[in-house]
Design a protein around this ligand. Structure first.
Ligand SMILES: Nc1ncnc2c1ncn2[C@@H]1O[C@H](COP(=O)(O)OP(=O)(O)OP(=O)(O)O)[C@@H](O)[C@H]1O
Length: 264
């Protein structure tokens, strides 16, 4: 249920990262960042290639350890936080299949397992899975093998997988990267429905695009530091930031993941 602004102000932030530093290999990548996301907010994390956006969200979901600073999730210190089913995470572009033959419904169902006891899907679980499929307009493709999907459809399946857990906090790392306009629109509609239902959202983006109307606040990173935290910057040409130099595809990340129960 959506909280009123007054209720949201009383509650602890959904994400509170203070003075966070992190390194990948020997390289310092986060150099003391503060990132606060309140309940019901939609925050975009922006910045040029290599500025540390993915590392910041990977730190939030426990895949990159902090070397200094603090992280609280839903008011709980990260070290004591266990409620991973409150968080849906869509990592930077991967394929939905992961090399294993599976249908769209099977992949989306895997996202629901965090809510089940012993992996048994009950009526409410099946309903949540069907709802997630419908949100990204993949219900008519539920029995199709994910190997037969386009890149944009893969991305929709990965987002449905994250939505199937009915997360209070949805974190997506460049959900629109490499997705054509028609698929972007489907994703924007799904996100709009999610926001209307009261979800909190943190998005890594390199351009605001069709998501622009949904964004409450933008945090801009440069070289591992926060250089802006406030209204989203005006779109300039194809990119959200003046002088933006974002390119794809991305380099693979190989920092050792911590166990959080979140799919990656
Ligand atoms: N496994 C790794 N080991 C060492 N350095 C890494 C590793 N992964 C990423 N980096 C470096 O860390 C820096 C931050 O990477 P990160 O992916 O967080 O940036 P980003 O802002 O998300 O970039 P992009 O927009 O290209 O995804 C980059 O300079 C990157 O080259």
């Amino acid at each position: 249920m959506q909280s009123t602004p007054g209720q949201a102000a009383e509650q602890p932030p959904v994400i509170s990262l203070r003075g966070a530093t992190a390194s990948l290999g020997s390289r310092p990548v986060l150099r003391g960042i503060d990132l606060t996301v309140h309940r019901g907010e939609v925050v975009a994390l922006l910045g040029a290639n290599g500025s540390g956006k993915s590392t910041a969200v990977r730190a939030v979901v426990g895949q990159v350890p902090l070397t200094d600073g603090t992280l609280n999730l839903f008011g709980t210190d990260f070290k004591r936080f266990r409620d991973w089913s409150r968080i849906g995470y869509v990592p930077q572009r991967t394929t939905a299949a992961g090399g294993v033959p599976a249908t769209v419904r099977e992949v989306v169902s895997s996202g629901r397992l965090a809510r089940t006891r012993f992996g048994l899907l009950r009526k409410a679980d099946h309903a949540a899975i069907e709802h997630a499929l419908a949100l990204v307009d993949m219900d008519s493709h539920a029995d199709v093998s994910v190997d037969a999907l386009s890149g944009g459809q893969h991305q929709r399946v990965l987002i449905a997988r994250a939505l199937a857990v009915e997360p209070e906090l949805l974190i997506m790392d460049e959900p629109m990267a490499g997705v054509d306009l028609a698929n972007q629109q489907v994703l924007a509609n799904a996100l709009r429905a999610q926001v209307a239902a009261g979800s909190t959202v943190l998005l890594v983006l390199h351009e605001l695009g069709p998501l622009e109307p949904l964004i409450d606040r933008a945090v801009v990173l440069r070289d591992g530091c926060v250089v802006h935290d406030g209204p989203p910057p005006e779109a300039v040409g194809q990119h959200a930031l003046p002088g933006h130099d974002h390119v794809h595809p991305h380099a693979a990340h190989d920092a050792g993941p911590l166990r959080t129960g979140l799919l990656s």
